[in-house]
Design a protein around this ligand. Sequence first.
Ligand SMILES: [Zn+2]
Ligand SMILES: [Zn+2]
Length: 373
Amino acid sequence: MNTSVKSYKAQAAVVRQVGGPFTIESIDVAAPRADEVLIKMVGVGICHTDLVCRDGFPVPLPIVLGHEGSGIVEAVGDKVKKLKAGDHVVLSFNSCQSCPNCAKSLPAYCYNFLANNFAGVRPADGTTPLAQSGTMMHGQFFGQSSFATYAIAREINTVVVDDKLPLEILGPLGCGIQTGAGAAVLSLNMQAGETLAVFGGGAVGLSALLGARAIDAGMVIVVEPNAERGKLALSLGATHVINPKETTDVLGKIKELSGGGVNYAIDTTGIPAVMGVAIETMLPHGTLALIGVPPPDTNLPANLMSMLVRGVSVKYITEGDADPQTFIPRMLAWYQAGKFPFDRLISKFKFEQINDAAHATETGAAIKPVLVF
Ligand SMILES: [Zn+2]
Ligand SMILES: [Zn+2]
C-alpha cells in the first residue's frame, strides 16, 4: 500500500434522488484500509438491481451504485494476501466471512448480506471511502460501488482473472451472469442430459441457458415474448423457444415438446402467474428456481396436491448459489473452451453514456450493457 497517498480523484455516476438520473461528478476515493483493495475500473455492467436501487429500493442517497465491475488492482492494504498491484480482477458481491453460511461457502446467503451490500457504508463502523468536498458520499454498494473510475473492494469479493481475457466485459460475471448460470449448474445441480425450461430470456435467463449448455444439458426450452431474444436464445443453444404471445397454452406446449415435462424450471420474470405455470411443467422430483423480483404482497398460485403427488420443490435463490472465488474462474474456463459465449449478451457503452445504457436495458434494446471507462 502506498501510504503517502490519502485519496484518489475519481469520476463517479452519482444518484442523488429516487428515480435518478445518474450524474457524472468528481469524488475522492480514500486509499484502501488494511483489508481493502483499490481498483482502477476498466468496465462495469448494469444489472437490474442497480436500477431497482436507483428507483427506490432503500439505499441511502446520494450514493454511487454499480456492482458488476472489472479492473486492475492499483493498491492493496497491508493485510491483503492474495492480490497485488497489476492483477486483473472481477468484483462480485460482499459477505461478512464470519456467519455460519459464509463458513459453509454459501456467501450468497450471508446472514449479513443486506448490511454488506446495500447499507451504503462499511458495516463495521458506518464509514465510507467516498467523499466530495469533504462531505461523506455513500458507497460500498455490493462492497464495490463500481460506477466510478476508482473503486474500493475487499479481498473476499475481488477475483483474480487471466490477464489475456477481455477485461472490460468480464464484470457481469460477478452478478447477472453468475446468477443465471449458477442457478442451472449450482442451485439445480443439473447433470448432462437433464432438461430445463427457462421463463424469461433476459440477461439472467440467457445465462441460465449458457450454464445448462456448458454442462451438456439435454433439452432447454426458453419462454420469451421478445422475438429477437427468442432468436438469440436459439443461436445460443436453446433447443426450443416458445413465444407466449403466439402460444397461449405454454404449459401444454412444454409438455408436448418434452414428452410429459422437464426436470427443472427457472423463473426470471417475477410474474406470479408465470411461476404457477412453471411449477406444473416439471416431472416428479423437479425443482423450480425462482430468481425474478415479484410484486410486493403477491402469493404463489400453486396447487399443493399437484406439487405433493410429484414431490416438486420451489426455492428462491440468490447469486446462483455461487461462491465467486470458485465459480467465476469456472465460467471463464468454459468461455476459453468455447462453451460459454457470454460475450454475445453484452452491448458496450462509454461510461459517460450510463443513462442511455440504463434506458437501453429498460426498453429491451440491450440485454447486458457494459460501461467501458
Ligand atoms: Zn456471512
Ligand atoms: Zn446484480
